[in-house]
Design a protein around this ligand. Structure first.
Ligand code: ADP
Length: 425
C-alpha cells in the first residue's frame, strides 16, 4: 500500500481533514499514543487508525513500532480487497489469523508487505457514517486473544468519543457562524431601512420647507405687483396666511432642532411646579383658530388641578404635537381632550379624535423617527412629531400610547409621574 499522494511535511502535526471536519493535530497526537500503546501491548509491528476518503483509504495514524511498513499519509484505492475494506463494508470486527492458509485472504494486497494476520474494528462518526478502522497486523500467524480484542475495542471507543466531541464542537462553531451571519444580515437590512427612511425624509423635508416659503413668496408678489388690490380684507387674509405659514415653518424647524438634541442626548429639562390642567388648557386655546379653520371643534374636560414638577415648554411641545396631529388627521370631526390624575401621582392626558385612524400594522412604529402612516402627497409632516413626544415623555419617566381604529379615529394617552422632577413641595 504505497502512497499515491505525498505524505504531509510534518505528519505528526498536520491536522487531518474529513469532509468539513478537520481533525486537530492534538487529537492526532493523542491517537498516535494509542496506536503506539496497542502495538507494544499486542506485540505486533503494526497498529493503525485508517480513515476512508472515497475513492481511497489512507493511513491516518501508524504506530511508531519497529518493522511497521505503513506510514502516515499513505493511501490506497478502495476495491482492492484490503482487510480494512471488509471491516468498513460489514461494519464488523474482522479477524484473519493467517491469510496464507485462508482461501479468501491469501491474495490480499497486505500480504505483499508481509502482513499475514489481521484484527480490526470499524470506527464510525456520530452520524453513523464510517470513519475508518482501528487495526493490528502481524507478519506471522496470530489469533489475537480475547483480551487484545477488548483492548482494541476500548481504544476504538476512545477514538469515537473524540469524534463526538469534535463534531459537537464543529456544530457549535457552525451555529455561531450562522448566528453571526444572520446578525450581520439583520444589521444590513436595518441599515438599508435607515437609508430608505433618511432619503424619504430628505425629500419630504425639502418639500415641507419649500411649500410655506413658496406660498409666502406668491402672496408677497401678488400684493407688491398689484395682482391683488391691497384692500383691508385682502391684507388681513394675506397676514392670516403668512401667520399660518410662519407657524408651520417655525414648527418644522423646532422639530428638527429638537430631534438633533434628542439624538445627541442633549434633552434638558427645567422643572417647576405647575398645573397640568392649566397647561393643557392653554395649549388647546392656542389651537382655536386652527380648529375653526379645519372645522374640528375642541372640547376640554378636567375636574380638578393636577399638580406636578414638570418642564413647561417640553409638556407644551408634547400636547402641541398630539393636538396638531388630531386636527390634521381629524377629518373635520370633534376632538376631545381631558386631563386627570389617574392613578394617584400620575398626570394623564387623553386626546381623542374621530378622524382617519391608523392602520393596525402601522400603529407599532408611528412613534419611531421618520415613520408615517400616510402618504406624503396626502398629508404634510416629517414623521418626527410623535418621536419627539415619546422621547420627552419617556425621559420624564412616563408612557405614551396610541389606540386607533382605521376610519374611526385615534386616542393618544400620555401618563406622567407627578414627581419626576423631585418630591412635590
Ligand atoms: P407627522 O409629522 O407625519 O404627523 P408624527 O410623528 O406626528 O409625524 O406622526 C407620525 C404618523 O402617525 C403620521 O404621519 C400619521 O400617519 C400618524 N398619526 C399620528 N397622529 C394621528 C392621528 N391622530 N390620526 C391618524 N394618524 C395619526
Amino acid at each position: 500500500m504505497k502512497s499515491s499522494i505525498e505524505p504531509p511535511d510534518d505528519p505528526m502535526r498536520s491536522p487531518a481533514c474529513f469532509g468539513d471536519t478537520r481533525i486537530p493535530s492534538e487529537l492526532i497526537q493523542k491517537w498516535q499514543g494509542v496506536v503506539n500503546l496497542v502495538a507494544d501491548i499486542v506485540r505486533v509491528p503494526a497498529s493503525l487508525i485508517m480513515k476512508v476518503e472515497p475513492p481511497e483509504i489512507g493511513v491516518l495514524v501508524a504506530s511508531e513500532s519497529k518493522g511497521n511498513p505503513y506510514e502516515h499519509g499513505e493511501k490506497a484505492a478502495l476495491d482492492t480487497g484490503l482487510y480494512c475494506e471488509t471491516v468498513m463494508s460489514t461494519k464488523e470486527r474482522l479477524l484473519v489469523p493467517n491469510a496464507l492458509v485462508d482461501e479468501k485472504w491469501k491474495c490480499n494486497p497486505d500480504i505483499k508487505l508481509g502482513m499475514v494476520s489481521y484484527l480490526g474494528f470499524p470506527i464510525t462518526w456520530p452520524s453513523g457514517e464510517v470513519f475508518g478502522t482501528i487495526c493490528v497486523l502481524d507478519t506471522k500467524e496470530n489469533a489475537y486473544s480475547e483480551l487484545y480484542e477488548r483492548l482494541l475495542l476500548q481504544f476504538r471507543d476512545v477514538v469515537e468519543a473524540d469524534l463526538r466531541v469534535l463534531c459537537d464542537f464543529d456544530a457549535r462553531l457552525a451555529r455561531e457562524a450562522r448566528a453571526r451571519i444572520e446578525g450581520l444580515q439583520a444589521s444590513e437590512r436595518q441599515l438599508q431601512e435607515a437609508v430608505r427612511l433618511r432619503d424619504e425624509f430628505l425629500s419630504i423635508a425639502s418639500h415641507e420647507l419649500r411649500t410655506p416659503i413658496a406660498s409666502l413668496q406668491l402672496m408677497v408678489q401678488a400684493l407688491t405687483r398689484g395682482v391683488v388690490s391691497p384692500t383691508p380684507e385682502a391684507t388681513l387674509r394675506a397676514f392670516g396666511l403668512a401667520e399660518r405659514q410662519i407657524t408651520r415653518l417655525t414648527r418644522l424647524i423646532e422639530e428638527l432642532l429638537e430631534v438633533s438634541r434628542i439624538q445627541a442626548g442633549r434633552l434638558s429639562f427645567q422643572f417647576e411646579r405647575l398645573d397640568l390642567v392649566a397647561l393643557v388648557r392653554e395649549v388647546v386655546q392656542r389651537f382655536e383658530v386652527e380648529s375653526a379653520r379645519v372645522r374640528s371643534p375642541l372640547s376640554f374636560h378636567s375636574e380638578q388641578p393636577v399638580m406636578g414638577l414638570w418642564d413647561r415648554s417640553k409638556l407644551e411641545q408634547v400636547v402641541t404635537n398630539i393636538l396638531s396631529n388630531a386636527l390634521k388627521f381629524g377629518a373635520g370631526k370633534p376632538i376631545e381632550i381631558s386631563v386627570e390624575e389617574a392613578p394617584i401621582g400620575t398626570g394623564r392626558i387623553v386626546v381623542t379624535d374621530h378622524g382617519i385612524g391608523i392602520p393596525p400594522e402601522c400603529l407599532p412604529r408611528i412613534f419611531e423617527r421618520f415613520e408615517r402612516a400616510v402618504s406624503a402627497q396626502a398629508y404634510g409632516g416629517l414623521g418626527l412629531g410623535l418621536y419627539i413626544v415619546r422621547s420627552i415623555v419617556e425621559a420624564l419617566g412616563g408612557t405614551v400610547r396610541a389606540d386607533s381604529l382605521l376610519g374611526s379615529g385615534s386616542t393618544f394617552t400620555v401618563e406622567l409621574p407627578c414627581n419626576v422632577g423631585g418630591p412635590l413641595p
